[in-house]
Design a protein. Structure first.
Length: 80
């Protein structure tokens, strides 16, 4: 990954979409993963060699979502 550090808050209405750019004679093809909201769009561009990096990102996102579920359940139980 090339270096860029930024932050943005995910909101319940944050959208995500994937666009596929098929290979051409001049290019091997790639996908974009766009995550956005009202003011910010984050776009990740990945070539075929980066499939494992996207899978790792998906696993980390799932882990983060599970942690948020635990936090919400704890808050609902009155422990937070």
């Amino acid at each position: 990954m090339r270096t860029l550090t930024t932050s943005a808050h995910l909101e319940p209405d944050t959208s995500a979409r994937v666009n596929v750019f098929d290979p051409t004679p001049e290019d091997e093809g790639f996908v974009t993963l766009r995550v956005g909201g009202e003011f910010i769009d984050l776009v990740l561009i990945a070539r075929p060699c980066a499939a494992n990096a996207l899978r790792a990102l998906a696993r980390a996102a799932d882990e983060a979502a599970t942690a948020l579920d635990r936090i919400a359940a704890t808050a609902a139980d009155g422990d937070a």
